[in-house]
Design a protein around this ligand. Structure first.
Ligand code: NOJ
Length: 522
């Protein structure tokens, strides 16, 4: 009996000691995006993008009236960014290319030499330091000239985007092996047109989100196919899209069907056409939207149909699943007389449902992000169950912190989310890496410089934009070195400290195993 208890205790203890470790192949990175860090909005040939136009219009709603005109000045100070990545021990750094910096017109007729050189230098320096560059082609900063043609609502965007992607591949694919086409399409389409708050400031929740959704998928697919046909055979890299579903749970068991429909409506609309065997819209959403549109008097579904050729064009255009994950919600039906907030964080008018955050989920210093670490694992499980044994790369995760230098809330956030990722891996889900948003404080869209996501703090009053590590930077560096979340949290570790930490753990495990061995031979 005692022996059995000891065995159970031993197994549990050993499991606990190694519970949140990561396999040797797992990679750790951090991310930024062009408009949020580069500045240099009108340097060399750079064309205007929609965020330049928006922030320069005095009617914009950025909380501190700021812009990305200078931001972290990474266009000039990129070496410092690479220093931070090196200091953290990052294995990869995810950044985005500004379309209007590379292609000022923004078509293929003219490549801006300085713009091209900027990304070239950054890539080379990263590689020199053994840090893999991961490129996002589009991170919200649409060239203004394309917006003037209707932007993501014009079906021609698919070809414009593919053409831009080809330029980027032709310049950098010899050295960049991991690509993301489009960042957070559900913000780009659903959030933007359901709120009208972000550029292009169009509020049109009935048709625009779905037209945009379809055009984004076609743009992604065309860009993926160019890589697959022309570059992959030579350079062996891979391309995906960075989806950002909010994980949705039922507010109570009776809402499980509603929650499942909401997941298909949120995650499925951007995943099923690419990752499912059959392609096309998720059938439950297609049915729901057709019925609802009919009831509303539309001659056809507001969710635009795909032709058979389009389904085939999009289906299978992935090499991995890029997952940005921040937060979760619970869903329930609307009560009579109740107002429904806009999709994607506050409600789901299309499903006549309300989205909420239980009081037990801690808030963070960003409006929409509540902390529910299990959400990342459940989201991974759901995608794994739907689309089979695909490889996941967590392309963003993180939170805005209330702390300044000592950002304990961010440490708790990263630690607990990473722990859930490690559980998912142990369940057999193939997650190959994790990316913190963000390497450093930057222009946080409508929240300007007030909301801070950085592992590094940036002094925006300093012309040199001094970057200093927060406690979370030390913590993340510790995790990367130890490949484990069980590391010191609050102070800069000396190399010796780690070793003591992990040595102590191995010593405990070894003693335990010795006792078990002794008992079993007894
Ligand atoms: C996701 C977006 O990709 C990024 O641009 C943004 O800053 C973070 N979420 C935080 O809101």
């Amino acid at each position: 009996m005692t022996f059995r208890v000891l065995v159970v205790f031993g197994v549990l203890y050993t499991a606990q000691c190694t519970a949140h470790s990561f396999p040797p192949s797992f990679k750790f990175g951090a991310a930024t995006s062009a408009y949020q860090i580069e500045g240099a909005w009108n340097v060399s040939g750079k064309g205007l993008n929609i965020w330049d136009t928006f922030t320069h219009d005095s009617r914009n709603s950025v909380v501190d009236r700021s812009s990305g005109d200078i931001a972290c000045d990474s266009y000039h100070l990129w070496r410092k960014d690479v220093d931070l990545a090196t200091e953290l021990g990052l294995q990869f750094y995810r950044f985005s290319i500004s379309w209007s910096r590379l292609l000022p017109t923004p078509f293929r007729n003219e490549i801006d030499e300085d713009g091209a050189a900027y990304y070239n230098n950054l890539i080379n320096e990263l590689l020199k330091r053994n840090i893999e560059p991961v490129i996002t082609l589009y991170h919200y900063d649409l060239p203004q000239a394309l917006q003037d043609f209707g932007g993501w609502l014009n079906p021609l965007i698919a070809d414009w985007f593919a053409s831009y992607a080809k330029v980027a591949y032709s310049l950098y694919a010899d050295r960049v092996k991991t690509w993301l086409t489009i960042n957070e399409p559900s913000i780009l389409c659903d959030y933007i047109y359901n709120t009208g708050k972000l550029p292009p400031m169009i509020y049109e929740p009935m048709l625009a989100p779905y037209l945009c959704n379809k055009n984004v998928l076609l743009a992604h697919a065309k860009a993926w196919r160019i890589y697959d046909e022309e570059y992959k055979p030579i350079y062996k890299g891979r391309v995906s899209i960075a989806n950002n579903p909010v994980w949705i749970e039922p507010a109570s068991p009776e809402y499980e069907n509603l929650a499942e429909l909401a997941r298909e409506f949120g995650a499925g609309r951007y995943s099923h056409p690419i990752y499912s065997q059959k392609g096309g819209w998720p059938p439950s959403v297609e049915r729901h939207m057709a019925e609802l549109s009919k009831k509303q008097g539309y001659p056809e579904s507001r969710l635009p149909a795909f032709s058979i050729e389009e389904i085939e064009l999009i289906r299978g255009t992935y090499d991995y699943y890029g997952l940005n994950h921040y937060t979760s919600r619970v869903i329930r039906s609307r009560q009579p007389g109740e107002q429904i907030g806009p999709w994607i964080f506050y409600g789901c008018p299309e499903l006549d449902a309300v989205l909420e955050t239980p009081k037990s989920w801690p808030t963070t210093d960003a409006d929409d992000v509540v902390m529910y670490p299990e959400g990342i694992r459940r989201q991974l499980e759901w995608l794994h169950q739907k689309y089979g044994n695909i490889t996941f790369l967590i392309t963003e995760n993180g939170c805005a912190s209330r702390g300044d230098d000592n950002d304990e809330d961010r440490i708790a956030f990263i630690k607990s989310y990473l722990e859930q990722v490690s559980i998912a891996i142990k369940e057999g889900i193939n997650v190959e890496g994790y990316t913190v948003w963000s390497l450093m404080d930057n222009f946080e869209w409508l929240f300007g410089y007030k909301t801070k996501y950085g592992l590094y703090k940036v002094d925006f009053n300093d012309p040199q934009r001094r970057r200093t590590p927060r406690a979370s930077a030390h913590f993340y560096a510790n995790i990367i070195k130890a490949r484990n979340t069980d590391v010191p949290t609050s102070q800069t570790p000396k190399r010796q400290e780690y070793h003591n930490h992990s040595n102590a753990r191995s010593l405990h495990i070894n003693i335990l195993l010795l006792i078990l061995f002794w008992l079993s031979v007894k």
